[in-house]
Ligand binder design. Structure first.
Ligand code: WTA
Length: 672
């Protein structure tokens, strides 16, 4: 594993927490307040989490003893990897996210303000309405599709309220949701339907992204046909978003959501919840790793519920009359934990936005902030960098006076983007919470807390309550003490931790617990003298493109399906908006003429196989790839050539054929 440094740490200024937030802060205004609670959370984790879990949730039956609400084994030499929280207790997360609030008098409180792609398309859903819609869908799933505890249901939707509704309905029945990002291709969708063996897919006929219509049903048709050919018969419930004209529906397989819901009996609006064990699976979310196909990370009910709510309310310093806006899509973990579960468990009002930040103008997000008086706003650095390019005017045109907290997620935030977020968007009156976490962690792991934690631009700062990070020296794999740099690992389980990879416990153990006793994050980090963490990027072959995770091997597999390709190698290159760009080296078959059209067709095939997010930024033809004598591709060299750092190639004498390097450089000069 190689430590790379993607940071830019010229600016070492420390910003004091915003004073008005300090007055509101639930944790307390000083770092000592935070540390006191942190110490309690790590010294007495069982009592700490038992208290939190009892305070904020309804449990049908409780765990046995507050002295042992968890058990875990991170050490393969001592037995199988095993993680359990609140074992023995029973609950239902949908009950906690919806029904409980109604019982507490929040029936008419708005759960979601929905804002469509086009200005003027807008609606609001109260907790009472949410309850009815969720109940009806749950009824439909149960009575017509036989969905029961444990059944997998796939969800492939744009950002409309049906997304959270579907997740809630599935959870109401104790079934397991697998949400697939709406930007993924038919191939990616079918692979996820097949792996999860989903029997139903909840989808829509289409959506708009800015000016661009996206015909989701076409992609769905291809995916379902493919899944069926591979033995997974999956039916589709299709939401009519724009119209039915020209949308083919397959008899016996596809139905319109609106028709089905309208035909339900009155009792459908009061479908009871299924009580499930705390360790009952809640959802699968597929994510890329450094090798092989995407893995279905499994999260379970009780621990995830407690962690989603606790991190949401603490990191965003949520108060009852706040209006929160997360731009993350429900197809990613951010959209799960911080656009759906966290906000709903807290009984909050939040904004769900279907469109893109630049449509119809680059002021769109800030217009939405003003329209709903948003108090907390959560997005990714890549979007901030893209908006920065458009200058300050589109931001300055709006008020944004309601904002208190600005969140960042998905990738390290560079100092320039941090400063712009802080000064231009936040006008110096908002704390920035740079939240480090992963699909696997379920919720925030390292983050500042508003009104409490002094901010250092570019640092995610300190561990959340109960989180025990450590740095391992990459050579000795021993813990680094004090200030230093290393592989970021976590020493103790936390409630939101993913429990396994669906159908592949072995891969889970190998990937995340290669060093006995530690959860390996795959990220590198530096810890400064104040104990602040500075994330330095992935240490494995995972790319982070616009905050989206992509495995280099996944992109290579897609490239290799091209009929003219012999082999390929993919590396990341620094990209000023996306953070990291995709750079593909391709060896074509003998006799194939290299043309711009050919190189473009390589881009197109990746786009079709995975989705637009994986479109390569550059395709570099190669006669051969630099390999060691044992046949391993030397990506380090490929990264340097891609980035044009030719004087930093290092030792190339260990290559089986050192002359390929010169050839690659020469071909770059012609084509890239
Ligand atoms: C990266 C997204 C630096 C990191 C929630 C991690 C970050 C991967 C940050 C997980 C941050 C996420 N600072 N890097 N604040 N947040 N990352 O699973 O490399 O899509 O391992 O989860 O994103 O990506 P994932």
């Amino acid at each position: 594993m190689v430590l790379q440094d993607h940071r830019d740490v010229k600016d070492q200024r420390v910003y004091a927490p915003i004073e008005s937030n300090s007055k509101l802060s639930k944790v307390g205004p000083t770092l000592e307040d935070r540390m006191k609670q942190y110490r309690e959370s790590v010294e007495q984790p069982s009592q700490y989490w038992a208290r939190v879990a009892k305070q904020n949730f309804f449990w049908k039956t409780l765990w046995e003893s507050d002295d042992s609400v968890f058990s875990f084994n991170f050490d393969k030499s001592k037995g199988p990897i095993d993680i359990k929280w609140f074992d023995g207790a029973t609950t239902n997360i949908c009950y906690n996210a919806v029904d409980r609030h109604i019982e507490e008098g929040k029936k008419d409180k708005v759960a979601f303000y929905w804002e469509g792609n086009d200005v003027g398309e807008t609606s609001a859903v109260t907790y009472g309405q949410l309850h009815d819609e969720v109940s009806k869908l749950a009824y439909l799933l149960k009575t017509k599709y036989g969905v029961v505890k444990g059944t997998r249901v796939s969800i492939y939707l744009p950002m409309i309220t049906l997304g959270p509704i579907a997740m809630l309905a599935v959870a109401r029945l104790g079934a397991v949701a697998s949400v697939v990002f709406g930007g993924f291709s038919a191939h990616s969708l079918s692979a996820r339907i097949i792996d999860s063996e989903s029997t139903v897919l909840i989808t829509a006929e289409g959506t708009m992204r800015g000016d661009k219509p996206i015909q989701l049903k076409k992609i769905v048709d291809e995916a379902l046909t493919d899944a069926e050919a591979q033995g997974v018969a999956c039916k589709a419930i299709v939401f009519e978003r724009h119209g039915r004209d020209g949308v083919p529906m397959k008899e016996g397989r596809d139905v319109w959501y609106q028709d089905e819901i309208a035909a339900l009996p009155a009792e459908a609006a009061s479908t009871p919840v299924e009580w499930v064990e705390a360790e009952h699976p809640l959802f699968l979310l597929y994510t890329s790793g450094s090798t092989g196909k995407p893995k279905g990370l499994e999260h379970t009910t009780g621990g995830y519920m407690v962690y989603a709510h606790t991190t949401f309310t603490t990191t965003f310093d949520y108060h009852d009359d706040d209006v929160y806006f997360c731009t993350g899509d429900i197809g990613w973990i951010t959209g799960h934990t911080y656009a759906t579960w966290g906000p709903l468990l807290a009984g909050s009002t939040s904004v769900l936005f279907e469109g893109v930040p630049t449509h119809p103008t680059p002021s769109r997000w800030w217009d939405i902030v003003d329209k709903f008086k948003v108090t907390q706003f959560y997005t990714a650095p890549t979007a901030i960098r893209a908006l920065m390019k458009g200058g300050e005017a589109p931001v300055k045109k709006t008020s944004r006076a309601s904002l208190r907290v600005l969140g960042s997620v998905g990738e390290p935030i560079n100092v320039e983007a941090w400063n712009w977020y802080y000064n231009v968007v936040g006008e110096g009156h908002c704390d920035i919470v740079d939240t480090w976490w992963q699909t696997e962690t379920g919720g925030h792991m390292i983050t500042p807390l508003p009104g409490n934690t002094p901010l250092k631009p570019g640092s995610a700062s300190l561990p959340f309550f109960g989180v025990q990070p450590a740095l391992l020296d990459p050579t000795t794999l021993k813990e680094v003490e004090g200030a230093g740099e290393g592989l970021l690992v976590i020493k103790h389980s936390w409630p939101g931790q993913s429990r396994t990879i669906f159908k592949d416990a072995e891969r889970f153990a190998q990937t995340y617990f290669p060093v006995d006793g530690y959860y390996m994050t795959g990220d590198g980090a530096r810890r400064d003298a104040d104990g602040y963490y500075w994330l330095t990027g992935r240490v494995d072959d995972v790319l982070n493109v616009s905050g989206h995770r992509l495995g280099t091997s996944e992109v290579e597999c897609a490239v290799n399906t091209h009929p003219d390709v012999v082999e390929s190698a993919v590396v990341g290159i620094p990209h000023d908006v996306k953070g990291e760009g995709i750079y593909v080296y391709v060896c074509f078959k003998e006799g194939v003429e290299i043309t711009q059209k050919l190189l473009d067709s390589v881009k197109a095939i990746v786009r079709n196989e995975i989705g637009a997010i994986a479109t390569p930024d550059a395709v570099h033809p190669a006669n051969g790839l630099p390999k060691t004598r044992s046949g391993k591709i030397m990506r380090r060299i490929l990264r340097k050539i891609a980035a044009g750092q030719l004087d930093e190639l290092g030792d190339i004498s260990t290559l089986a054929d050192p002359s390929v390097v010169e050839e690659l450089i020469a071909l770059k000069a012609v084509w890239v």
